[in-house]
Each structure stands twice: as C-alpha cells, then as structure tokens.
Design a protein around this ligand. Sequence first.
Ligand code: MN
Ligand code: MN
Length: 314
Amino acid sequence: MRILCGLFEVFRAGGLIQLYRNDRAIAAYLGLAIGDALGATVEFMTPREIAAQYGVHDTLRGGGWLRLKPGQVTDDTTMSLALGCSILAQRKVDALSAAHAFDAWMRGKPVDIGNTVRRNLLQFRKTGNPEAPYSDHDAGNGAAMRVLPIALATLGQPEETVRAASRAQAHVTHNSTLSDAACECLVFMVQDALLGADKNHLLHQYAHPLVAQHPEFKFRAVRQSSNPSGYVVDTIQAVFQSFFDTDDFRGCLIDVVNRGGDADTTGAIAGMLAGAAYGLKGIPAGWLTTLNNDTRHACKTQAKALFELGLTLQ
Ligand code: MN
Ligand code: MN
C-alpha cells in the first residue's frame, strides 16, 4: 500500500505543496536529461578506461562514441519527450498513440536507438499492434529509461491505474516481467519523491520489495556494479547503489556514470530519481546551463504540463 496516497489527499488543495512538487517534477525531468548527457560521453567504456581518459568524468563535455556536443542528449531523453507529447495530445496514456509517437521518433533518425526498441517498432509498423510479444529476452532497460512521463501524468492515481499505464507504454517495445517490475518500481519511487518522501522511505517501500519479489535485482551485499550492461537488472543495481549510497544529485550522477557501461541510461534513470528526491536546488548550475537549450526548455515545459494534466485527471 502506498502510504503517501493519504498525504497526497491532504495536500492536494495546498498551493504551496503543489509548487513544491512542481519544482521536483521539473528537477526530475532535467535530471533525466543531464544524466543522459553526462553519461553518454562514457557509454560503453570501462571504469578503468574512464579513469585513464578523464580522471573523474564530471562535466557535460560531449564526445563519446556518438560524438555528441556538450549538453546533447540521446534516446533516453528524446523517447521520454516523445512519450510525454503523446500523453499530452491524448490527455491520457494510450499504447497506440505512444507507439505512433515512438515510430515517428524513429523516423526522425535519432542519434541512438536500442536493438529491442528498433525491432519491436519495426514489428509495430507491420502489424499495427502496439504491444510487443512477451519475451524474457526483452528485459533491456529501454522501457525503464522513459518512465518519467508516466510518473508525472498518473501522480495520485490508484495503484492499479499507475501500473496499467506503466505497462501500456513499456510493452510497446519491452514486454517482459523484469522490465515491468523495474518500470513500476521507478514510477512509484519518483511519485513518492515528488510528494516529499525521503530516500529511506523509497528504499524500504519500493527497492527492498522489488528485490524480495525478484531476487535478480539484489543490489546490497553484492559486488559494486561496474560496467553495467543494458540488461535492466544491471541498470537498476547500478542506479540503486549510486542513488542510495550518495547524499546529493551531483555525487549520485558522478558515481553512476563513472561505472561506465550503459552510462547514459544509468545516468538518465539516476538523474530522474535524484532530481525528484533533491529538487531543483540540488542540480549544479554548470550542468544546467550546459544542457542543450532546446532540451532544457522541452523538459521544463513538459514536466509542468504533465504534472498539471495529472492533477486534472484525478
Ligand atoms: Mn541513449
Ligand atoms: Mn544507453
């Protein structure tokens, strides 16, 4: 049971609280983009390679295998924005419209695209069915990296509504039990963080129960996850270790991206959580100003719009 729902009811009418959550919603979206841009520089590198080249990688310097400009983001952020646009256009989470939005995004020749995303979007073009076939092999992090619009648009909704919305967007490209579990866990963590929950609550209410239900996700008393792959279990382990073992936005993101591997995606997910948990004041000014201007604007605008849509849907 999500204990903060009760709090939400109490505070729903409170303008100040709304402002506060709005601030965290924007911080979560900017955090996602900043983590993506920061991590993309070192995507597919090992921690040793990163240390040799940068010492500690802690600036939005661009480059990497995608040869990005400083502050430029990748599919993690742009797919989230595509999903958010479809939710705002429909005023609800709709699988078919999300699939069309992702397909249009793919036609726009994005800088990067995951294999599972491409395969299942090509399948959607053929069949028109916005739900990918179930596959345990499709437990990549491609659905988890773009959950934020779901968290914002369904804030305060009943648990089952939130889970259904999460699955609708996820299954367009990733229909797998482990991906679903990760997506729903992240959505609830972000939502409670937006309402002001502290990290200890997120740990006990969501992270530990996820591990209890799916022991694959165990992230305590295991080796520190370095060089995490695109497997959603590797991603969540790295993100949880970094998020729960650091005390601020900057420390969390530096810790997670310097593990290398799928660093833009671990960065994006950790940035979303850390943004929601620490708010706008936690985001270093230098990172915020280096983030691509159009991206920064799109993230802020969409965070506000989705958040407001969520309020009207309750
Ligand atoms: Mn990416
Ligand atoms: Mn990636």
